[in-house]
Design a protein around this ligand. Structure first.
Ligand SMILES: O=C(O)c1ccc[n+]([C@@H]2O[C@H](COP(=O)([O-])O)[C@@H](O)[C@H]2O)c1
Ligand SMILES: Cc1cc2nc[nH]c2cc1C
Length: 339
């Protein structure tokens, strides 16, 4: 069980929030964010996050060639190049909000010989097996990916991160993500499947079948998080789960993104119970599995903009909200001081 953020500091932050020069409760959910940030930083008047670091976990997925996505797998590698060149959606947002962005190839179905070899330092395999037919990866590959996620988080923490974000890139990855959520939470395929990049009704029916078949195939193995990842996940999802778990164990907060990031958080909570209090939800995605998983984690998203880009983009967009909350709690006068 992971040590929770300090309840004493959280209570002191709540007291300070109640004493601020505002009508009681007037900061609404911004006040709750301030209390969360205060508790995870262990300070009643915490500085806002100034070393926010985001890692995009890229990988391909065998199911992508089985009609579950509106786009071809070739997009994954093309987008990895866009992250490296700083022209992807999250690259723009990260520059705007002073977030350090790193992209890593955990399992793209191809190589990048002309790019920095560090991009592929943690690569586990090329793509995955289609999860409705067979396990996504072997037990050994799963352990490798979990180890990679731990080392990636350790590097980011050593670089001074005070807030971490896990992003994702991978055509087809909403299928394993929702399968992991369904497997971990005991939900049916119909209750988790969404349109991902924008599949039509026929695609949605097919994707629901794929997830239902995958869940049936995995059977009771979903009860064990490592088996769950091997059967229904991928190296990028396993690494992101372990990244989140490692951050929480080190007492470093994580701002979650969309359905892929939240699926990783659900698995992280299974790998190391007690992760959830170290997490905040950046935004509400259009994917129903994300809402259900956030509910299970007891998290309320900060933004609700109908975003479904992934990449960590929703979390990065929410960073200024966390900064505002921290500054309000730390810098605002108390009502008593004004009387
Ligand atoms: O973050 C989300 O909730 C989200 C929802 C739908 C799609 N995506 C992104 O779109 C890709 C996966 O969609 P799909 O339809 O190919 O499974 C992947 O690269 C994700 O980053 C992301
Ligand atoms: C173009 C494109 C960009 C993405 N970024 C994250 N997922 C994506 C999916 C597509 C298709």
């Amino acid at each position: 069980m992971i040590t929770p953020p300090s309840p004493t500091v959280r209570d002191a932050a709540r007291d300070r929030l109640s004493a601020l020069a505002i009508p009681a409760g007037a900061l609404g959910r911004l006040g709750e964010v301030a209390v969360w940030w205060s508790s995870v930083r262990g300070e009643t008047t915490p500085a806002p996050p100034s070393h926010v670091r985001a890692v995009v976990f890229a990988g391909d997925h065998g199911v992508a060639s089985h009609g579950v996505s509106a786009y071809p797998s070739a997009i994954t590698g093309a987008m990895v190049r866009a992250f490296v060149s700083g022209v992807a959606g999250v690259s723009v947002l990260a520059r705007q909000h002073d977030v350090t962005l790193r992209v890593l190839d955990l399992g793209v179905d191809g190589d990048f010989p002309d790019l920095d070899p560090a991009l592929g330092e943690f690569k586990v395999r090329r793509g995955t097996e289609p999860i409705h037919l067979t396990d996504a990866m072997t037990a050994n590959e799963t352990r490798q990916a979990i180890d990679a996620g731990r080392r990636i988080a350790e590097q980011e923490i050593a670089a001074g991160a005070d807030l971490l974000i896990g992003g994702d890139m991978g055509i087809g990855n909403t299928t394993p993500a929702v399968a992991l959520i369904a497997g971990a939470l005991g939900l049916a395929a119909e209750d988790v499947v969404g349109r991902g990049t924008g599949i039509d009704d026929a695609g949605l029916a097919l994707k629901t079948d794929v997830v239902a078949t995958a869940l049936k195939r995995a059977g009771d193995r979903v009860a064990d998080p490592v088996e769950l990842l091997a059967a229904l996940g991928s190296p990028d999802l396993a690494a992101q789960a372990s990244f989140i778990s490692t951050a929480a164990q080190a007492g470093v907060p994580v701002l979650l993104d969309g359905v892929i990031s939240v699926a990783a958080a659900i698995v992280a909570e299974r790998l190391t119970p007690g992760v959830a209090p170290w997490l905040a939800a950046g935004h509400r995605s259009t994917e129903q599995a994300q809402w259900r998983a956030l509910d299970a984690l007891g998290l309320e998203p900060l933004l609700d903009l109908d975003m479904r880009l992934g990449e960590g983009s929703g979390a990065v967009t929410a960073v200024p909200i966390v900064r505002s909350a921290a500054l309000l709690l730390s810098q605002m006068a108390l009502l008593d001081e004004l009387m």
